[in-house]
Ligand binder design. Sequence first.
Ligand code: NI
Length: 128
Amino acid sequence: MSQSSAPISQAPVNLLHKATLIDQPWSPRVVAQMNQYQFKVVRIEGEFIWHEHPETDEAFLVLEGILRIDLPEGCVLLGPGELYVVPRGVRHRTAAEGQAKLMMIEPQGILNTGHEGGERTAPNDVWI
Ligand code: NI
């Protein structure tokens, strides 16, 4: 009936384990894709840069540590198991005291620096 192409993996994705495999902070790695949306894990340390994504919302799920998301009106603090969605077009800056491990959910092709560019822009579509 249906045409299957790629073999179906029987391995679950362990998000925390995937995050420990990343060698550099601020280097998002894709761990799964659902339709056009990608699930990315990242390790962060210190502060990122202010940016926005005019084309999409961006979801953050904390796996380990404390994530601070700075927003124009204040900040949101998230611990492990907590989720926050930054609405499309809203300026934000992620930060962690020490280190944090996160999962982000966003459409394929979205850059971590939005439209700011610069040296902190990570390459897209790198799987781990
Ligand atoms: Ni962002």
